[in-house]
Each structure stands twice: as structure tokens, then as C-alpha cells.
Design a protein around this ligand. Structure first.
Ligand SMILES: NC(=O)c1ccc[n+]([C@@H]2O[C@H](COP(=O)([O-])OP(=O)(O)OC[C@H]3O[C@@H](n4cnc5c(N)ncnc54)[C@H](OP(=O)(O)O)[C@@H]3O)[C@@H](O)[C@H]2O)c1
Length: 304
């Protein structure tokens, strides 16, 4: 049996759908049922139910977007930075392997060489750099509590795991989308916003993400961090072209002049736009469609 923490959320629902569709026994746990932020309660629960694996898809996402995190910092810190450490400690005590859904939003841009960020790169959009959103800062802290050793003589975690990889999976999700119209779906968001920001990003097709993360466990690939995004990179304008090409919307899409105008008019806190390298996941043999193909496929099967 699998324990699924955060099963009531947008991403949690996609896990439920996947596990049900494969007849895999699981128990979705909501906070109403169990205060899993309390380590002792979680330990007792895990001892009683004896799951073979725990997936943590719980976390604090601002609604309707990350701007909301700026006004609810205590909950954001608790859900994204403190909770992962509690879950890790409880799983270690009971001896249960775990996987944690993290986020690619702890990065901005590309590596200096223009490639996507590797799992060994330290986040560059976090409280340690001081220009991030509160949400991204807490997500980076959440990864930090999951088992990075500090490099010799360094105050800042090296992210090189000289002292060992995290003792579970850390799966980085990035801008989820799928074929179902939903205010949380990136494709729906693009079609509903009045103005769009041109940016280049890695994206994750939600159901491919869920399948790929579960395959990590099923194939027993080594624990550690994995960028779980569709290979490649895509610009907002390219997504818009695919929306128009597939006929899902013929709206006249308007763009902000630049990021400054976006920040002035539409946002309270900086956004992460970034590219993640997916070589590590690909080397395990776990496949995800190339990002343009994945977007086009979702649009071709679009359900309003
Ligand atoms: N959606 C995205 O765009 C996106 C992108 C990258 C990464 N992620 C990460 O994926 C995870 C799930 O995101 P989601 O979009 O499914 O979020 P969501 O729809 O807001 O659902 C959040 C889930 O987390 C639970 N939760 C536990 N502690 C919480 C707390 N302190 N504050 C708020 N919720 C708490 C909620 O449980 P209750 O029902 O009991 O309240 C709910 O099941 C998060 O860690 C998020 O950072 C999401």
C-alpha cells in the first residue's frame, strides 16, 4: 500500500487518478484526517498502516498564484520548508522510503553555459540570493532540509552530495499542464490571462510527471533529485502558436512589452522562468515526450 499525503490537491488528484487506473493500493491522506505535520502522529500512522512507500505531494501553493504566498508567509514556510523535514524524519524512524514533489521554480534562467540546470546545481532563485519570491524561497529550503550534506568548510550546502544524496526521491515539477481545462492548468491560464509574459521554460505534462515519478520507485532507480520535466524548452509564443494551430483558441493573444511591464502591472513578486536539464531522468530509461510534442498532444485532446 502507498501513502499519498496531499491527495486532495491539484497534483495529488493526478496521483490518485494514476494509482486508481493501475489498481495500485493506496491511501490518500488529507489534513482533516491526520495532522501529518506532527511527526509523532505521522509515525504512529505509518506504524499502524505499514505502507511500502510514501509520496508527499502536500505543499503550500498560493491561490490564485504565488503572489498570495507573500501575504501568508507562516503557512507557506510551514507547508513547503518545515513539512518535508517532518515527513523525512518520520519515514526514517519507521523505515519507509519516500518521494517528495518539489519544484523547478527554485531556478531562474539557464546555467552560464546556456544549458538547463542540473540536479547538482545549487538553486539560484532562493533566499540565499535574496531576489526570489517567498514561494520559491520556501521550496528551495524544503529541498535543503531533505538531506544535503555541506561541502567541507562551506556554510552553504554544496548541492554536490559529497555527504550522500537525499535518502528518498526529490522530484522537481515545473509548470504543470494537461488536456483538461482547469484554472490550475498552464494552458488554461495562458488562454485566460489578458496579457502574457514571453519567457522560455521547461514544463511538465502532469500525467507524464506522475507516471515518471512512480516509475522511479517501481524501477528502484537510485534515490536523489530528479528534474521531471518534458525534455527541451519552449517559449510562451511557441505555446500560443500551438494553441492557435490546434484551434483550441483563436483569441488575439497580447503580450507584455517586457518583464518590467509585467512586474508593474500584473505581479507582486518575481517569477521563476527557467530551463532544467533532464538527462539524469532520461538515463534511467524513464521517458517523457519532447515538450512541444507534449503540449500539442494535450491541445489535440483538449477537454473543455
Ligand atoms: N501546481 C503547480 O503549479 C506546482 C508546480 C510545481 C510544484 N508544485 C508543488 O506540488 C505540490 C502540490 O501542489 P498542488 O498544486 O497540488 O497544490 P494544492 O492544489 O494547493 O494542494 C495542496 C495540498 O497540500 C496539502 N497541504 C498540506 N499542508 C499544507 C499547508 N501547510 N498548506 C497548504 N496545503 C497543505 C493540502 O491538503 P488539505 O486538503 O488537507 O488542505 C492539499 O492536499 C506542492 O508542494 C507544490 O509546491 C506545484
Amino acid at each position: 500500500m502507498i501513502t499519498l499525503l496531499g491527495s486532495t490537491g491539484y497534483v495529488g488528484q493526478a496521483y490518485e487518478h494514476y494509482l486508481r487506473s493501475r489498481n495500485i493500493a493506496y491511501v490518500g491522506v488529507s489534513r482533516k484526517r491526520l495532522d501529518y505535520s506532527n511527526k509523532d502522529e505521522l509515525v504512529n500512522y505509518l506504524r499502524d498502516t505499514k505502507p511500502v512507500f510514501l509520496i508527499n505531494v502536500a505543499g503550500y501553493t498560493g491561490k490564485p498564484n504565488v503572489d498570495a504566498c507573500e501575504k501568508d508567509k507562516a503557512n507557506c514556510l510551514q507547508g513547503n520548508a518545515v513539512l518535508p523535514g517532518v515527513i523525512r524524519a518520520a519515514c526514517a524512524e519507521v523505515g519507509i522510503p519516500w518521494g517528495h514533489v518539489s519544484s523547478g521554480c527554485i531556478f531562474s534562467g539557464t546555467r552560464p553555459d546556456g544549458r538547463g540546470f542540473l540536479e547538482t546545481d545549487a538553486p539560484n532563485f532562493s533566499f540565499r540570493q535574496n531576489h526570489c519570491s517567498f514561494y520559491s524561497g520556501t521550496k528551495a529550503l524544503g529541498e535543503e532540509v531533505l538531506g544535503y550534506g555541506e561541502g567541507p568548510g562551506q556554510d552553504i550546502p554544496s548541492w554536490n552530495y559529497q555527504d550522500g544524496e537525499p535518502d528518498g526521491y526529490v522530484w522537481r515539477l515545473r509548470i504543470p499542464f494537461d488536456h483538461i481545462d482547469n484554472p490550475r492548468n498552464y494552458l488554461t491560464k495562458l488562454m485566460r490571462y489578458q496579457y502574457l509574459l514571453e519567457a522560455t521554460n521547461s514544463l511538465s505534462q502532469l500525467h507524464e510527471f506522475v507516471r515518471a515519478t512512480f516509475e522511479c520507485w517501481e524501477k528502484r532507480v537510485p534515490f536523489g533529485i530528479y528534474n521531471v520535466t518534458n525534455p527541451g524548452q519552449i517559449t510562451t509564443r511557441e505555446v500560443v502558436k500551438l494553441i492557435q494551430k490546434t484551434g483550441v483558441s483563436h483569441k488575439d493573444f497580447q503580450f507584455f512589452k517586457d518583464e518590467d511591464e509585467f512586474m508593474k502591472i500584473a505581479a507582486k513578486t518575481p517569477r521563476s522562468n527557467c530551463i532544467l536539464d533532464t538527462t539524469k531522468l532520461q538515463k534511467t530509461g524513464i521517458k517523457m515526450a519532447e515538450v512541444h510534442e507534449a503540449v500539442e498532444m494535450s491541445l489535440r485532446t483538449w477537454q473543455s
